[in-house]
Ligand binder design. Structure first.
Ligand SMILES: Nc1nc2c(ncn2[C@@H]2O[C@H](COP(=O)(O)OP(=O)(O)O)[C@@H](O)[C@H]2O)c(=O)[nH]1
Ligand code: SF4
Ligand SMILES: [Mg+2]
Length: 410
């Protein structure tokens, strides 16, 4: 069977105090001199990214986090810098010496745990500080994770392989295996009808990325894609009366929903992509909260990039207008662009995240984690647009069918 689409590149962060041998371990894993190794503490001042090849997984990016522990302590600024790296990291390796964790390491471990980041520990320089298996096991028990004894300057191939095996064991599959958009919704030979308006907002001479991605995914699943404009949908459905699924652009959802009989599952490109990237479960639970917003509530809109004009008026004008019209409430909206530190999340009644087309799934999920931890309802642009246009229920139904009954949220 052929590979389904391009695979993803996982990110592995190497953390620990200065001089523990982080850069040397990266060199050992890469089997060549990539990072600068020095016995003068703090040579590398900024996170350095290197690519290594992991058997059965493919290329992975290793982030050398040197520079975040310059004073050996973990002040607020360094915590923020560390958190930024944690946001894009799929697996962390903490490097210590002599099976000993100090306050700094413990703070790091707490940050890993708070951010649901899987990690393991390498006790390095085992050639000069051999801490022995007993101490290693104790450390394993203390943190409930794997501890490997290693020497970056004197290691056997077997020891090096052990590190790779542990990486493979702990790296979340979602970080390197691309999920299919539709695999659980369509099967071989199913026909999927895609409705794509070609209006003045459509780019010249091509389809937009979500539409192209969906077509490719349908083909990867050995199903059949039929693409039509909304004007020809009627005739398409007369010729193909029983498609497995109809996927439409959100802008024409209402019009399309009136044409597509209730028994045919129907959704929008934006909801399909929301499921693919971000926290779909949280969006499903959080979106209906729009109906419960009260006068004076503050809503935070999160946009992952700063320079794109394409979403400018969606976050700044359209969504605020639609939500105000839908709820009839006096609401305050605030937009935060880019991946900078968030303002105090507790002041918001709701958080709405953009589609995150320029960031990874992990970064997008990390972005809304603090809101979820505070119990603040979260949604995303696509699902909010569906909700305020009254199409949310129908558009998420095809996914509830495959994910068990979640009618309590609707
Ligand atoms: N003896 C010994 N020295 C090591 C080992 N790993 C690193 N070093 C040395 O420790 C110093 C700091 O290593 P480096 O990789 O720059 O540490 P980093 O600051 O954590 O990136 C260098 O002089 C390395 O040669 C090891 O396993 N054994
Ligand atoms: S959806 Fe994409 S273009 Fe729009 S704000 Fe988010 S990252 Fe930027
Ligand atoms: Mg270094």
């Amino acid at each position: 069977m052929k590979k389904k689409g391009k695979e993803l590149t996982p990110h592995i962060g190497i953390f620990g105090k200065r001089n523990m041998g982080k850069s040397s371990i990266i060199n050992a894993l890469a089997s060549q001199q990539l990072s600068i190794v020095s016995d003068k503490p703090g040579t590398t001042t900024d996170p350095v990214k290197k690519t290594i090849e992991i058997k059965d997984i493919g290329p992975a990016i290793i982030i050398d986090t040197a520079g975040i522990d310059d004073s050996g302590s973990l002040g607020q600024q360094r915590i923020e810098k560390t958190l930024k790296i944690i946001d894009e990291t799929d697996l962390a390796i903490l490097v210590v010496e002599n099976c000993q964790t100090e306050e700094y390491d413990e703070k790091l471990i707490r940050l890993f745990e708070e951010n649901d980041l899987p990690y393991f520990i390498i006790s390095n320089k085992n050639d000069i500080h051999n801490c022995g298996t007993n101490k290693a096991v104790k450390l394993e028990e203390k943190y409930n994770t794997t501890v490997l004894l290693f020497s970056a300057t004197k290691f056997s191939e077997e020891e090096r392989e052990k590190i790779f095996d542990t990486i493979k064991k702990l790296l979340p599959e979602s970080s390197y295996k691309k999920k299919s958009l539709l695999a659980d919704l369509v099967t071989q030979s199913d026909i999927v009808v895609l409705v794509t308006p070609i209006d003045e907002e459509a780019p010249e001479g091509r389809l937009i990325l979500p539409q192209v991605q969906t077509i490719r995914d349908i083909l990867d699943n050995d199903a059949i894609a039929v693409v039509t404009k909304e004007r020809e949908l009627d005739i398409t459905l007369r010729r193909i009366p029983n498609p497995a699924l109809v996927i439409t652009d959100s802008q024409v959802f209402n019009k399309v929903a009136a044409t597509v009989p209730e028994y045919i599952p129907m959704t929008s490109f934006s909801i399909l992509l929301a499921r693919h990237k971000g926290d779909f479960e949280a969006y499903i639970k959080g979106t209906p909260h729009i109906s419960k917003l009260k006068d004076g509530d503050k809503i935070l809109l999160l946009e992952s990039c700063t320079h794109q004009v394409s979403c400018d008026d969606i976050g700044r004008t359209k969504i605020p207008r639609w939500i105000r019209d839908f709820t009839g409430k006096e609401l305050e909206f605030e937009v935060v662009s880019g991946l900078d530190t968030l303002p105090d999340i507790k002041q918001y009644a709701m958080v709405i995240q953009c589609g995150g087309c320029v960031v990874t799934h992990k970064q997008l999920k990390s972005r809304i984690r603090s809101a979820i931890k505070e119990g603040i309802p979260v949604s995303n642009y696509g699902m909010t647009i569906a909700y305020v246009h009254g199409i949310f229920h129908r558009a998420v139904k095809p996914f509830l069918r495959t994910a068990g009954d979640r009618s309590i949220y609707l």
